[in-house]
Unconditional design. Sequence first.
Length: 241
Amino acid sequence: MIDPITVSVLTHRLEAIVQEMGEAMLRTAYSQILNSSRDFSTALCDAQARLIAQAEHVPIHVGAIPWAVESVRDAFKGRVKPGDVYLLNDPYHGNNHLPDLTAFVPVFVGDEVAFWSVNRAHQSDIGGSTHGAYNPAATEIWQEGLRITPLKLYEAGELRDVLDGLLILRAKRHLGVGPFPPLDAAVSVKLTDLTSATALYSVGLAPEATEGERVQVECNGRRSVLQDQGFHRRLLAVLGK
């Protein structure tokens, strides 16, 4: 069992990485939805698609991220390569609503995927029948905008131009500066830090430390639930009198 000090050090290192991913997002975003309203979230998942670090952005974004990572991992099983960037927005593949685009970058240690770097961000238009994709008259998801199931946006570091044009043409407005530069920057900017943090503690130790962190979080969560249950039982007893 790994010692708690090492777990704590690596935990804080991973948290710093996702926070810096958020700063990269703020500094590269053209849309006020992102650089002012901050309607985005950054996170890291392990190779098993389990959430291991998140920044304090939009909690509702983060809850479904593990399912989104799992969808991408399973869709491209055996075909994931360094330099790839994946994209999706489909709620049936672990996303929220359609305007929230999610970008994924696999982080390799040796020949194996060790982590997934993830950024989920709201776009002003996704090509639905109304601007902003908020359509109270919609009777099915197809009327809300373009549905993107897991796809490979970059392959080995090269943008797939056919997808760039396809995605941009489906939106009513775009900036003419490439597909989604803030998303790309945020998920890619901290790859060096991630790989160096993993190398610092060796390939075998990093997964063990993240597992130790996950177990500790689960224990803390269970303890909080039990404490809350005890409080509510006492409160009901008082109210019953």
